[in-house]
Ligand binder design. Sequence first.
Ligand SMILES: Nc1ncnc2c1ncn2[C@@H]1O[C@H](COP(=O)(O)OP(=O)(O)O)[C@@H](O)[C@H]1O
Ligand SMILES: CC(=O)N[C@@H](CCC(=O)OP(=O)(O)O)C(=O)O
Length: 267
Amino acid sequence: MSPKPKTQNLKSLSIIKIGGNIIDNPTELSQFLSDFSKIEGYKILVHGGGKSATKMAESIGLVPQMIDGRRITDADMLEVVVMIYAGQINKNIVAQLQANSANAMGFSGADGNLIQSDKRNDATINYGFVGDVKKVNTNLLETLLSNGIVPVFCAITHDGKGQLLNTNADTIASELAIALSKVFDITLNYCFEKPGVLYDAEDDSSVIENINQELYSKLKAQKAIHSGMIPKLDNCFNSLSKGVQKIKIGHHRMLQDARAICTSIEL
Ligand SMILES: Nc1ncnc2c1ncn2[C@@H]1O[C@H](COP(=O)(O)OP(=O)(O)O)[C@@H](O)[C@H]1O
Ligand SMILES: CC(=O)N[C@@H](CCC(=O)OP(=O)(O)O)C(=O)O
């Protein structure tokens, strides 16, 4: 299904997602947050932190397990990810954005009922306390944005019945983009440590400038695209099919340099 052409003049909103490798590198994170702060107009930041959660879990004797880029989250792992994502990483990022003059406010999906999800019910794999997004509170987000707030989301959602759930941060960015595309003209950027989606994950000079579903399926079957890049691209194609029109994956230098090489996603 191709996205509906936009007929109204919608306000622009940038949704930017950063992952664990940037978060774990203080110099890169600081440079990213400085670039992010300079984006004009409405903006939302979504952060992961999977790398830090894995380190913390291992340090207390848990054995992290990922399937296709998604974490199996039992009760002990849920405690770790809530502490790391909604606590340490989220508050550190909010403080640094404040220092960059962006009036950031940190949220999990439970805060203001901003993102509700359903516990994943998979017939073959028990993911544990992992949530699939069901509903985004777009009214509250519009109010926050129009009052100059920069929302900063971590990868924790809730089920509306008191249960926190772990939700892949790429999925959070994509679901926010889909929900808000009814009221904003969305640019969705996934920033990570590499310059884009690569033909060879070990060769930074092999950036794919445009990727569609056909090329994605081919490279996934060849295992040239694997691990965390799988949910990232699945989320991109899902967003495109549901009305989000501009999606890029690349290094955060693309935020301030329109000529920086990166990957554009097409249906
Ligand atoms: N073809 C590919 N091009 C680029 N990265 C790839 C590719 N295939 C797998 N990857 C891996 O995907 C990772 C990005 O996914 P992930 O770790 O989930 O990102 P994030 O840093 O946003 O959390 C990269 O660090 C890289 O190791
Ligand atoms: C269910 C699930 O997989 N949740 C992710 C959430 C964090 C995340 O997505 O972090 P990155 O963006 O740094 O990979 C996890 O716990 O790893």
